[in-house]
Each structure stands twice: as C-alpha cells, then as structure tokens.
Design a protein around this ligand. Sequence first.
Ligand code: B12
Length: 227
Amino acid sequence: MNNQKISEQQNLREFKPTRTEFLNALISGNHILCSELAHTCMTDHIPIKELYEKIIMMAMYDIGELWESNKISVATEHMASAIVESVLNQLYFEIISKEKKNKTVVASCVENEFHQIGIKMISDVFEMNGWNALFLGSNTPTSELISFIKLKNPDLLAISLSLYFNLPGLEKMIEKVQKEFPELPVIVGGQAFRHGGQDVLSKYKNVLYLPDLDSVELFIRNFQSCH
Ligand code: B12
C-alpha cells in the first residue's frame, strides 16, 4: 500500500466515531443531533472538506449499503437525504467566502439524475473559494440548462452523474451544450465514474473528470491563475 493510501485510511479511522454518530442520528431521524455534530466540527476547526467527505458523504454511503441490504427502508433513506440537505444549507452562510472572485459556475445534475448532494458539496467548494455558484440541483432538462447558461454566461459548467445508466444522457447534454458554447469549460464527476466510464469523456474538448473535493479545489486554483 502506498503512503497516500495509508494516510487516507488513518484519516478515515480518525473520523469514524463522528461518522457513526452522524449515521445513527440520520437513521433515527435526529435532525438536531446531525446539525449539532456538523456545527461542532466547524467550531473544532475540522476542515469543511473533511466534514463533507469523511463524515457526511461516508455516512450517506453507509446509508446506501444499509438500504441495499434491506436493513433500512427507502423512507429512511429519503429522510436521511432530507436531513443532510438541510444540514448543508445550514452551513452555507458560515462557509462561503466574502471575498468574491468575479467568477461563476453553474452546477447541475444531468437529466433524470436525482442524486444532488454530491453536486451541492461541489457547488459549496466553489463558494468557499469566492465563486458565485449557481446550484440547479437534480434533473435539469438540457434545454433549460442551455437557456440558463445563455442568461448567466458562466465561466464554468459542473455536471454530476451518479447513475451509470445515465451516461448516454450526460453525453447528449455535453454535445448540446458544446454546440451552443464550444469554449465553455466543463467539469464532470460523481459515483457513476467510480468503476470507469471516464474514457468516454476524453473525446470531448474542454471536458474534465474530477473525482472529489480536493481535486476540485486544485482545479479552481489553477483555473484562477490562467483565466
Ligand atoms: C440518497 C440516495 C438516493 C436519493 C437521492 C436524494 C438526493 N436528494 O440527492 C434518492 C432516493 C432520490 C435515490 C434514488 C435512486 N437511487 Co440512490 N442513492 C442514494 C445514496 C444512499 C446516497 C447518495 C449521496 O448523497 N451520496 C453522498 C454524496 C456526497 O456522494 P457523491 O454523490 O458520490 O459525491 C461525491 C463525489 O462523487 C463527487 N461528485 C459528485 N458529483 C460531482 C460533480 C462534479 C462536477 C465533480 C467534480 C465531483 C462530483 O463529489 C462528492 C464529494 O466527494 C447512494 C449510496 C451511495 N453510495 O452514495 C445511492 C445510490 C447512488 N443510488 C442508487 C440507485 C440504484 C438509485 C435508484 C435507481 C433506486 C431505484 N431503484 O429507484 C434511484 C434513481 C433515481 C434517479 N433517477 O436518480 C445506487 C446507484 C448505483 C449506480 N452507480 O448505478 C446507489 C450507489 C446505491 C447502491 N449502493 O446501489 N437515491
């Protein structure tokens, strides 16, 4: 195992108790405890990316496994998603940067994609870095996305895909967007790419796959230095 993998695993272990507490609070519908845990992380100066990925994202992945093995119901999974979205919205005002960079990103899911928590986290990382992030959330029809881009003239488009079978929809979206805005850079990410599929993107100019919040932050820094 390489050093990066070892330190990632140590890091995950470090956050395991809070992640378990957060997960149990989600399952029992304890919204207040979830909010408290997230706010305690903020006051303890745990970096927001760690809170997002090592605690909230991992707890949602646990929710996925529990649901898949019939240990929790679809209703409980819906409740957990609703609590997480509420917690993220509560943190929003605390995490955004007041120093604005005059850059705009449109952040959206592909058509028929209802998983919007990941792209909300991505949108927040842009806000933390002084960007204006226009978060459209789940299931945006491509024609609506195009009209919105015309109206807002963003510097970047970020698209999320969780379901592998939505990949043809993503390709259609990219093709239509690029026909209208050939120079608009696009970043793409989400769980659909966990086991491949990134090679499909290499045929598109100006489209880049990024796996996580760290890679997005690095991308933002490089983007700002050359635009
Ligand atoms: C909550 C949830 C739902 C909720 C979503 C609610 C919501 N408001 O978002 C609902 C109930 C709608 C749902 C529905 C379904 N779901 Co669901 N769901 C989940 C669950 C449990 C959590 C998703 C989540 O929030 N994860 C946490 C976020 C933070 O993680 P993330 O999305 O990976 O995001 C990170 C990165 O991927 C990346 N990223 C994400 N987007 C982007 C975009 C860019 C530009 C970049 C750079 C990076 C990036 O950044 C984030 C931080 O690192 C997952 C389990 C899991 N493993 O995630 C299943 C899961 C995603 N669902 C699954 C399935 C099968 C379904 C359904 C088909 C079930 C059904 N039979 O109806 C439907 C499909 C609905 C649809 N058309 O979209 C499967 C998908 C399998 C696959 N890959 O094809 C999963 C993995 C469960 C499983 N283990 O089988 N689901």
